[in-house]
Design a protein around this ligand. Structure first.
Ligand code: AMP
Length: 177
């Protein structure tokens, strides 16, 4: 199967849920894709493939849907897994990064010893929307000593131009919407 075939099958298995979690948002629900054993596996392999020659040492996933994809991608690439979590969730000493939301701010945290140099970290999340979350995560990886080699998303909402917030980082996404 070609990459285009996989992308089309994956796109067909992402469900649009209008007005969730707020009026005006079309939520990209990936649960139909995850519950299809063959498709889930192919998507993990498809998301991992572009990074095979990048000597990735760690895959960092953003809480919480990012964890579902990042852990199997880490195994596929022979890399370790690092959680990036919302404020107050990690048990050990952390560093954090605040970032702007549509209304207010949020904060991401990592363990201080998650990826010391010379770690080469791939950032993974389910959806790239405005890019604020991923940009904060990339900065945080570097704050704790890692090098972000790129960002992998299952789905990119192209009309929000999140890639502009990630200038300088290679980006791959299986589905363009
Ligand atoms: P952003 O910071 O705007 O790029 O938003 C990215 C984060 O919000 C990711 O962790 C996504 O899981 C989530 N997200 C944003 N928009 C959507 C959407 N339309 N459907 C599902 N998740 C979304």
């Amino acid at each position: 199967m070609t990459a285009a075939d996989l992308s089309a099958r994956a796109a067909a298995s992402v469900r649009d849920v209008p007005d969730f979690p707020r009026p005006g948002i079309v939520f990209k629900d990936i649960t139909p894709l995850l519950q299809d054993a063959a498709l889930f596996r192919e998507c993990i392999e498809g998301m991992a493939a572009p990074w095979r020659s990048e000597r990735v040492t760690h895959v960092a996933g953003i809480e919480s849907r990012g964890f579902i994809l990042s852990a199997p991608i880490a195994i596929t690439l022979g890399a370790g897994f690092i959680p990036i979590r919302k404020a107050g969730k990690l048990p050990y000493a952390t560093q954090g990064r605040d970032y702007a939301l549509e209304y207010g701010t949020d904060r991401l945290e990592m363990h201080v010893d998650a990826c010391p140099p010379p770690a080469r970290v791939l950032l993974v999340d389910d959806v790239l929307a405005t890019g604020g979350t991923a940009a904060a995560a990339c900065a945080l990886i570097e704050q704790v000593g890692g090098r972000t080699v790129g960002c992998a998303f299952l789905l990119r909402l192209g009309f929000l131009h999140g890639d502009q917030r990630l200038a300088g980082y290679p980006i791959q996404s299986l589905i363009e919407a």
